[in-house]
Design a protein around this ligand. Structure first.
Ligand code: GLN
Length: 541
């Protein structure tokens, strides 16, 4: 097993996760088994309790782990299926150390950051290696070199290199090489300083990955090479990509990053087969068609809050030779003005997951607009609950129907808590999480899209469709088209008299891959294209 550690310097948001994932793509396509993992220095046990405003999307794994969104990149860019072992936070490390301390496992010793905390961190690397097997493990360290809270992680990976030998361990440091417009120059000083900060800790990076807006010319590369003590071929340009993040592996291959890594780690592996990846990128960059999809949410101004949804739309777009223009619509704005000015003329409306009642009336309004105007609708998690509430109120005439999440005393709790969830008081890992099976009803839209009777999908929610209302909504045309195997929980709903009105209680966006679009996203984009053609036929002007 070989080990690669990816650290970051100068600023956050350098795209370290994407770089790590892209290296994973290249090595995997050279025939190697690659594992990716992320270490996050914050004290939360996991990001499940953090607001999307602070942390972006919470990415959910099969085993129900609520993780950093970088794990989404790892799963999309490689074929690995990750588990809770692949995301470690300081919170988890300290919890484990302190639990052992209370159990007397340290036999009277003073418990310290070195060695107890660092051992715990190193243990996680070997645990993952043992459990998952493979050729290479890439570990990304969150945060920026120089952060106080990141120190135990950096010390642990320093020790790891010392123990496992330099032919088995490689350090990649990602930095920013800013372009100073007034001087017309790229500046290497921040990189030099962040590398020297890393050296103070005892880590000499083998490869410098330089994020930059402009090409790194020879002179800049030479300077970085000299000051950072790496050969010139180990200065890798990470220029902003023009069209899509899926170009990054191709760019890094042009920079010969994967050759360098193999050489350094004494790995003999053929050149990567990037044929299908290139084709996918071409389809993203040069599509024939173009649709506009409205995403109506609460965290709409944040780039990262619905990351996996945007990626899943891109995958489905590529599969249908279609550019997806995402129109971000703030649900609260709809509450003030109504849907028409935001949603008219769109080819599809998607309502993603969410928590709390802010903006829900706007979302309900948007779902109604999609239903009444026969615009393709795709509801995900909260987006399904919204669809049910809207249908109950406006079609079943259940005035005041709502979810008990938003209104405890609603006369018609069409969405409510199961008994077992009512007893839960603590937050963090207490929702219905991870993979659950769903049985699909024959002769439904979703059964056609999936092409099979039983599916498994990832979940992250507390509230459920209240089955007391099943007969009522079904008699009016909203079908429960997928349920849990015991038939008790509604997993999917669809409208009979609508070209595409599909909503699911789970999160399909976590299972979409570049060359394998998710069936529900694929169906949604096909319906959007249809909607466009139908509209053009009706009004060719
Ligand atoms: N807030 C809703 C629930 O807890 C929906 C959750 C979600 O969209 N992820 O059930």
């Amino acid at each position: 097993m070989k080990y690669i550690f990816v650290t970051g310097g100068v600023v956050s948001s350098l795209g370290k996760g994407l770089a790590a994932a892209s290296l994973g793509t290249l090595l995997e396509r050279r025939g190697l088994k690659v594992i990716l993992q992320k270490f996050d220095p914050y004290l939360n046990i996991d990001p499940g309790t953090m607001s999307p405003f602070q942390h972006g999307e919470v990415y959910v794994l099969d085993d129900g782990a609520e993780t950093d969104l970088d794990l989404g990149h790892y799963e999309r860019f490689t074929s690995t299926n990750l588990s809770k072992l692949n995301n470690l936070t300081s919170g988890q490390v300290y919890m484990s150390v302190l639990t052992k301390e209370r159990q007397g496992k340290y036999l009277g010793n003073t418990v310290q950051v070195i060695p107890h905390v660092t051992n715990e961190i190193k243990q996680r690397i070997t645990d993952v290696a043992e459990k998952m097997g493979g050729d290479i493990i890439i570990t990304e360290i969150g945060g920026t070199v120089g952060d106080i809270e990141g120190l135990p992680f950096l010390e642990a990976i320093r020790q790891f290199g010392h123990e496992y030998g330099r032919e088995n361990v490689l350090y990649i440091h990602a930095t920013l090489v800013p372009y100073i417009r007034a001087a017309g120059e790229l500046k290497t000083k921040p990189t030099q300083q962040s590398v020297s900060k890393l050296r103070e800790i005892g880590i000499s990076p083998d490869i410098i990955f330089c994020r930059t807006e402009q090409p790194l010319d020879l002179e800049v590369r030479e300077k970085i090479s000299l000051f950072c003590n790496v050969p010139i071929e180990a200065v890798i340009e990470g220029r902003d990509v023009k069209h899509t993040v899926y170009e990054v592996p191709l760019k890094l291959h042009e920079e010969r990053l994967d050759d360098l890594v193999c050489e350094r780690l004494h790995i003999v592996a053929p050149q990567p087969d990037l044929t299908s990846w290139r084709k996918f990128v071409q389809r993203v960059i040069n599509p024939t068609h173009h649709v506009r999809i409205g995403v109506v949410g609460k965290y709409i101004e944040l780039q990262d809050a619905y990351k996996s949804i945007y990626e899943a739309l891109t995958h489905a777009g590529a599969a249908n030779d279609c550019k997806i223009e995402v129109v971000r619509v703030d649900a609260e704005a709809i509450e003030k003005t109504g849907s028409e000015i935001y949603l008219a003329g769109l080819q599809g409306i998607l309502i993603p997951g969410g928590f709390g009642d802010r903006g829900t009336e706007g979302k309900i309004n948007a779902a109604r607009y999609a239903r009444e105007h026969q615009i393709p609708y795709f509801g995900i998690c909260l987006g399904m609950q919204i669809a049910v509430i809207e249908f109950a109120r406006n079609v079943c005439a259940l005035a005041g129907a709502n979810s008990t999440e938003f209104e405890k005393s609603t006369p018609h709790p069409v969405i409510s808590l199961l008994e077992e969830q009512k007893r839960v008081t603590s937050k963090g890992g207490t929702m219905r999480l991870g993979t659950w099976s769903t049985e699909l009803l024959p002769n439904t839209k979703v059964r056609g899209l999936y092409g099979k009777d039983t599916i498994t999908e990832r979940h992250r929610h507390r509230y459920e469709f209240n089955s007391d209302y099943k007969e009522n909504v079904e008699s009016k045309g909203m079908l429960i088209s997928g349920t849990s195997p015991d038939g008790n929980l509604a997993e999917l709903v669809e409208l009979k008299d609508h070209p595409y009105f599909v909503a699911c209680q789970f999160h399909p966006e976590f299972l979409s891959k570049p060359n394998k679009p998710h069936p529900l996203f694929d169906g949604f984009i096909k319906a959007a294209l249809h909607h466009q053609t139908a509209a053009l036929d009706a009004d060719p002007s």
